[in-house]
Design a protein around this ligand. Structure first.
Ligand SMILES: NC(=O)c1ccc[n+]([C@@H]2O[C@H](COP(=O)([O-])OP(=O)(O)OC[C@H]3O[C@@H](n4cnc5c(N)ncnc54)[C@H](OP(=O)(O)O)[C@@H]3O)[C@@H](O)[C@H]2O)c1
Length: 270
């Protein structure tokens, strides 16, 4: 799953996030969260850093700020994030294409260590290595509150960066390859945006299933990445007619399935 874990480094957000996300399985934390005790609520509040969005727009709306995280309530855990996964959906929320109440903390997947457990939680304990994906949004933060049922344990062999980068994209790839269309040995599949986060997993997994994988990419550098991830054939869609190239590669037979991460621009020509 090397391609997916590298998403942390490939993303245009990385510069903004480098101070709160890091790779590796070290148990040592770079975070400097401070704990304070509220006399009014008698709750222990954790002050930590997060990326918050107060208005939708370009990358400049990502603000690095102090936030306060409360004790977990019934059925919740508090998790110190050690690595945060980045996804295209984060851009949709940041731009306002998908709506969220302002201000909000973006991010839909992360991996970290449980730092507090709320009442009624019996299957998670402080110190557990866990990961989550999907809701609630808000993973661009040092610590966050999550429903205990949303976090899954990370096997010891999987480091935090890998876990954080394959939860959402991995479930997406699983759904696409095993349920939406069941890829079988001998199939030929076409993966648009083959070097993207989801695309890199589709290429690796599709090849492992015995399929011939054709990937479209925008640059030579991404073509090399896609080959490393398992693509048998790459097409530079900016300079090549990918429909024609697919016909050539498949002797005119075409493919069993097309995975299209791009949409409008690629859909119309098929
Ligand atoms: N991440 C998930 O779990 C998930 C779940 C459901 C749906 N999706 C959807 O799947 C698509 C890919 O998501 P991802 O998280 O894998 O994204 P990603 O890692 O950012 O990859 C997106 C890829 O799309 C290509 N692309 C084409 N037009 C683009 C444009 N105008 N701006 C940016 N990239 C463009 C780029 O490859 P080239 O440069 O080679 O064209 C890029 O590598 C998105 O539409 C996303 O909404 C993702």
């Amino acid at each position: 799953m090397s391609g997916a874990s590298m998403l942390l480094l490939r993303s245009s957000f990385f510069d903004r996030l480098s101070s709160i996300s890091f790779s590796g399985s070290s148990a040592a934390s770079p975070f400097t969260a401070r704990r304070s005790f509220s006399l009014a609520t008698r709750a222990v509040m954790v002050t930590c850093k997060a990326i918050r969005i107060h208005e939708v727009g370009g990358p400049e709306v990502l603000k690095y700020e102090d936030i306060e995280v409360s004790e977990p309530s019934e059925g919740e855990v508090r998790v110190k994030n050690m690595a945060i996964g980045l996804n295209f959906i984060d851009v949709y929320f940041r731009k306002g294409v998908y709506k969220a109440e302002l201000p909000f903390i973006p991010g839909s997947e992360a991996a970290g260590v449980v730092t507090a457990v709320g009442p009624g939680v019996t299957d998670r304990k402080i110190g557990d290595r866990v990961a989550y994906a999907g809701k609630p949004m808000g993973s661009y933060t040092e610590e966050q509150i999550l429903p205990a049922v949303s976090v899954v344990p990370i096997p010891p062999s999987v480091d935090f960066a890998t876990a954080a980068s394959i939860m959402l994209k991995g479930m997406t790839a699983q759904f696409l390859l095993r349920r939406c269309f069941k890829v079988q040995p001998g199939h030929t599949i076409l993966v648009h945006a083959a070097a993207g986060g989801v695309g890199s997993l589709l290429c690796q997994w599709g090849r492992a299933l015995g399929a011939t994988v054709i990937g479209t990419v925008s640059t030579e550098e991404k073509a090399a990445q896609a080959i490393q991830d398992g693509c048998h054939h790459t097409i530079l869609y900016k300079s090549e007619d990918f429909v024609q190239r697919v016909k050539e590669i498949t002797d005119g037979k075409g493919v069993q399935v097309v995975y299209d991460s791009v949409g409008k621009d690629t859909f119309q020509v098929i």
